[in-house]
Design a protein around this ligand. Structure first.
Ligand SMILES: C[C@](O)(CO)[C@H](O)COP(=O)(O)OP(=O)(O)OC[C@H]1O[C@@H](n2ccc(N)nc2=O)[C@H](O)[C@@H]1O
Ligand SMILES: Nc1ncnc2c1ncn2[C@@H]1O[C@H](COP(=O)(O)OP(=O)(O)OP(=O)(O)O)[C@@H](O)[C@H]1O
Length: 287
């Protein structure tokens, strides 16, 4: 590392306030239109100079990424972690070979539609860019992000944005900052590829970026086929007093509810705890 100090970089949870699937492409990906928003909370990446490379995962969902190696295959190996893939791509692109120690505090459930891995990769790239004096809008950095996953460019920018193409063509949108939000995950992991694979191929029309409430999440139906409990999560959130919008995020299974008032969000959180104490929750606000 050229830097002397420890860099702490937040990897906030990503939400898709609406997500319209328009078309399956020849490369297997789908053209989507989505409104990305980011929460004030999420995972945390810490980057420190070190004599040798080290990677640690701590936090409530650390075990989901490490201990599951046996039943989830190679994607759970540390070398396949998006943090390490981001580090390697950065080193190659910017010809950096200084050793470092990276700690991932895994607070977000894995494979849950809130971009955990994408957010971690993006935060790693931001931390490395800061350490090596590279601008966050450097085209090389954005190119690395796009190569790591469709959601990574949005997570790199970390700002409310309208996304088209694979979700990687971004136009910033200045809205909804500070909106109280409750995230709820029924602790069922959902594969993004499987959910896109279950889309019925029907184009239900464009998304108006000014009107997420008038939009949809076209992945909710195929995600419910994989994890039927998602319908219960959305129904419970929609029934809470003061909710302005409740919907599934990304490819699921995490669902979110937006509120005008913090006390309504907190009352909803208590109601969800009472109804389903085993479900994961995060009471936060849009950044
Ligand atoms: C569902 C969203 O989270 C919404 O923001 C994203 O579209 C998914 O982003 P991501 O997890 O970064 O996705 P990637 O890791 O690039 O892709 C995982 C798999 O999802 C499918 N995929 C993803 C994005 C997209 N626009 N079309 C797709 O069909 C592809 O099968 C791909 O192999
Ligand atoms: N740092 C990481 N955090 C979470 N998952 C990771 C990470 N690195 C690699 N992965 C792998 O990526 C897969 C998808 O995880 P992730 O949490 O990013 O999905 P997601 O929340 O559905 O993302 P998205 O909303 O972008 O579709 C997991 O099954 C996991 O094996």
């Amino acid at each position: 590392m050229t830097h002397e100090t420890v860099i702490v970089e937040p990897a906030p949870a990503k939400l898709n306030l609406a997500l319209h699937v328009r078309r399956r492409r020849a490369d297997g990906y789908h053209d989507i239109e989505t409104l990305f928003a980011f929460c004030r909370d999420g995972d945390v990446i810490t980057l420190a100079p070190s004599r040798k490379d080290e990677f640690r995962i701590i936090g409530p969902f650390a075990a989901a990424l490490t201990a599951s190696a046996a039943n989830e295959g190679p994607s759970s190996a540390p070398a396949d972690n998006l943090v390490i893939r981001a580090l390697e791509a950065f080193r190659q692109r910017f010809a950096v070979d200084a050793r470092c120690e990276i700690t991932l505090e895994k607070n977000l459930p894995v494979a849950s539609g809130i971009g955990g891995g994408s957010a971690d990769a993006a935060a790693t790239l931001r931390a490395l860019a800061r350490a090596h004096g590279i601008a966050l809008d450097d085209p090389g950095l954005i190119e690395i992000a796009a190569g790591l996953g469709a959601d990574v460019p949005a997570c790199l920018a970390g700002r409310t944005a309208f996304g088209t193409g694979k979700g990687d063509a971004l136009v910033p949108v200045a809205q909804w900052q500070g909106t109280p939000v409750l995230l709820v995950n029924p602790r069922v992991g959902v594969s993004t590829a499987a959910v896109f694979g279950g889309w019925d191929g029907v184009d239900r029309g464009a998304l108006d970026p000014a009107d997420p409430r008038g939009g949809r999440n076209d992945l909710e139906h195929p995600a419910r086929l994989v994890a039927p409990v998602i319908a219960d999560v959305v129904a419970l959130l929609q029934a809470q007093p003061g909710v302005t919008l409740a919907r599934m995020s990304g490819s699921g299974a995490t669902c979110f509810a937006l509120f005008e008032r913090v006390d309504d969000r907190d009352r909803a959180s208590a109601a969800v705890s009472a109804a389903a104490p085993e479900w994961w929750q995060l009471a936060t606000a849009l950044a």
